[in-house]
Design a protein around this ligand. Structure first.
Ligand SMILES: [Zn+2]
Length: 150
C-alpha cells in the first residue's frame, strides 16, 4: 500500500513547539488552534498523555519528565526552537486515571501545573518564551483560554 498526501510540503520552520495531551479527540483542535489561532503553521509537536503534566513534578511521570526535557533540548538545538506552547485540556484521562484527581479539582490543578511546567522548562533549557492555554469544551465549540503563567 502506498498513500500520497496531497498536502504541500514546506521546509521552513516556525521555531515553535506545542506540548499537549495525546488525546486524539482534541488532536485536530490543537492543530487548528496552533495553526489558525496562534498563526504557527508547521509547529513541532510533543504529544504524550497528560501533556505538560509530566513537567509538573509528579512521581508518576518521572521517566517522561526526563525524556521530554531531552526532546526539548534536542529541538532547541536541531530546529532552533525559541518558543513553546503548553496546553492542558478538560477531562484529561491522565489526571483522572494516573494521578487520581477528582473531576472537581482537575482544572485548578491543571492550571497550576502549567506554571510548574513552565518553571521546569526554564530551569532545564534555554527557552524563554513559554505560553499556557486551557482547552474547554462548550456547546459553542472547543475554546482555548490563555493562562497567565507566574
Ligand atoms: Zn488528556
Amino acid at each position: 500500500m502506498c498513500y500520497i498526501s496531497q498536502l504541500p510540503y514546506n521546509a521552513d520552520r516556525v521555531h515553535a513547539a506545542a506540548m499537549y495531551c495525546a488525546d486524539g479527540r482534541v488532536g485536530e483542535h490543537f492543530d487548528d488552534f496552533m495553526q489558525n489561532g496562534l498563526k504557527l503553521p508547521r509547529y513541532d509537536r510533543i504529544a504524550l498523555p497528560g501533556g505538560p503534566a509530566c513537567l509538573a513534578g509528579y512521581n508518576q511521570a518521572r521517566l517522561e519528565e526526563q525524556g521530554v526535557i531531552d526532546e526539548l533540548n534536542f529541538l532547541i538545538d536541531a530546529h532552533k526552537l525559541s518558543k513553546v506552547v503548553l496546553i492542558q485540556h478538560e477531562n484529561c484521562a491522565f489526571y483522572a486515571g494516573r494521578l487520581n484527581v477528582r473531576p472537581e479539582s482537575m482544572k485548578q490543578l491543571q492550571i497550576a501545573d502549567l506554571t510548574r511546567a513552565a518553571y521546569s522548562i526554564r530551569h532545564h533549557t534555554k527557552l524563554e518564551k513559554i505560553e499556557g492555554y486551557y482547552l474547554r469544551i462548550t456547546s459553542e465549540g472547543v475554546v482555548f483560554d490563555k493562562v497567565e503563567l507566574e
